[in-house]
Design a protein around this ligand. Structure first.
Ligand SMILES: *Cc1c(COP(=O)(O)O)cnc(C)c1O
Length: 358
């Protein structure tokens, strides 16, 4: 055994942790690799943080996160018992695996999706049934209609950006009456239709969302789940078995200020969707295939230049995108939608690289 690991539990010794996209410190990049929002959060957020910082950080935060859950509930027209909040949606998803999968209840998800799911499955000892996506990266829905485990779907999917409509989501919910269907809607605000509308009809539906992407607060670490009170109570039981105070006072106040500033939120999401459509068109004119995206990123492969070559050349020239060295998707770049100015730099740099490769 590796000497470094001699005191490690078997659980962690055998783990294969998730590797987040890089946050480089060597120089300043045009950073289009981790789907952060290019716009700052609502100005109300800084005001709220300043007010709390002057207040009582000596005291523990509210373990029930009541004010924030009420504010999120009001945004969606739900009572607080339909809302769970956590330290980023990664935590909410991890708790969901603990709450809704076990050795008898596998997790069911596509092969091309958020790469944290297999990590959770492995770490929490839940078997995984992995559904291969089709050649065009769409998901064969019949494979998610077997009522044989907890379905976990990123919608719009990552890293493809392809979004299922509510008719398909409804079919999946109907087909799994004995299992929870988790929809990870990290990117839904950029143009998809949230399954949150279906909550009154399906007690097996859990919608997970985050403040990291559409609310420009990746640095704050706040995510949430919307679902029937029974599902929310299960997540709360997990949380209170691990850490009662997952959200600090600054995060609680900042997230609440963000949800309450509706106009700012709608405006920035619309700006990103507009930039995405323009960027996709221009990428196509450079010879890229661009999958139809409803997210704040596009997934694109060039007709001749290999993905890995483009990724490295972009990096050398100060533009960072995400590249996955994995079967089926290793020719693609996942490019976060930044400001119009950032996308112009990306497109100009790509055009230069393609010219050099000729
Ligand atoms: C970014 C992302 C998350 C995690 O978001 P945090 O709230 O920052 O933890 C969850 N799911 C998917 C698919 C994501 O891309």
């Amino acid at each position: 055994m590796d000497d470094k690991k001699k005191f490690w539990s078997g659980r962690i010794r055998d783990a294969a942790p998730y590797v987040p996209g890089e946050q480089p410190k060597d120089k300043k990049y045009v950073k289009l690799n981790t789907n952060e929002n290019p716009y700052p959060p609502s100005p109300k957020v800084a005001e709220a943080v300043a007010a709390v910082a002057r207040g009582d950080l000596r005291l523990y935060p509210d373990p029930e996160c009541a004010d924030l859950r009420r504010a999120i509930g009001e945004f969606y027209g739900l009572t607080p018992d339909h809302v769970f909040v956590g330290n980023g949606s990664d935590e909410v998803l991890a708790f969901s695996f603990l709450a809704f999968t076990d050795s008898e209840t596998p997790a069911v998800f596509p092969d091309v999706t958020y790469s944290f799911y297999p990590v959770y499955g492995e770490f929490f000892a839940a078997p995984c049934r992995i559904v291969p996506v089709r050649e065009d990266f769409t998901i064969p829905l019949e494979e998610l209609q077997k009522d044989d485990g907890t379905v976990v779907l990123t919608n719009p999917n990552a890293p493809t950006g392809i979004c299922l409509g509510l008719t398909d989501v409804r079919r999946i919910l109907e087909a799994n009456p004995h299992h929870v269907v988790i929809l990870d809607e990290a990117y839904i605000d950029f143009g998809g239709e949230s399954a949150m509308k279906l909550l009154p009809e399906y007690e097996n539906l859990l919608v997970v969302q985050t403040f990291s992407k559409s609310r420009s607060l990746a640095g704050l670490r706040v995510g949430y789940a919307l679902g029937s009170p029974g599902l929310i109570a299960a997540l709360t039981a997990v949380k209170d078995s691990v850490n009662s105070y997952t959200l600090d006072r600054l995060a609680l106040a900042a997230a609440r200020a963000s949800v309450e500033d509706r106009d700012y939120f709608y405006d920035t999401c619309a700006a990103i969707a507009k930039t995405r459509e323009k960027t996709a068109e221009k990428l196509k004119s450079l010879g890229f295939t661009v999958l139809p995206s409803k997210a704040n990123f596009v997934f694109a492969a060039h007709e001749t230049a290999p993905g890995k070559v483009l990724f490295r050349a972009l990096r050398d020239r100060g533009v960072l995108v995400r590249y996955f060295d994995k079967p089926r998707i290793d020719n693609f770049l996942r490019i976060t939608i930044g400001t119009d100015g950032e996308m112009e730099i990306l497109l100009k740099t790509l055009a230069d690289i393609l010219e050099d490769l000729k």
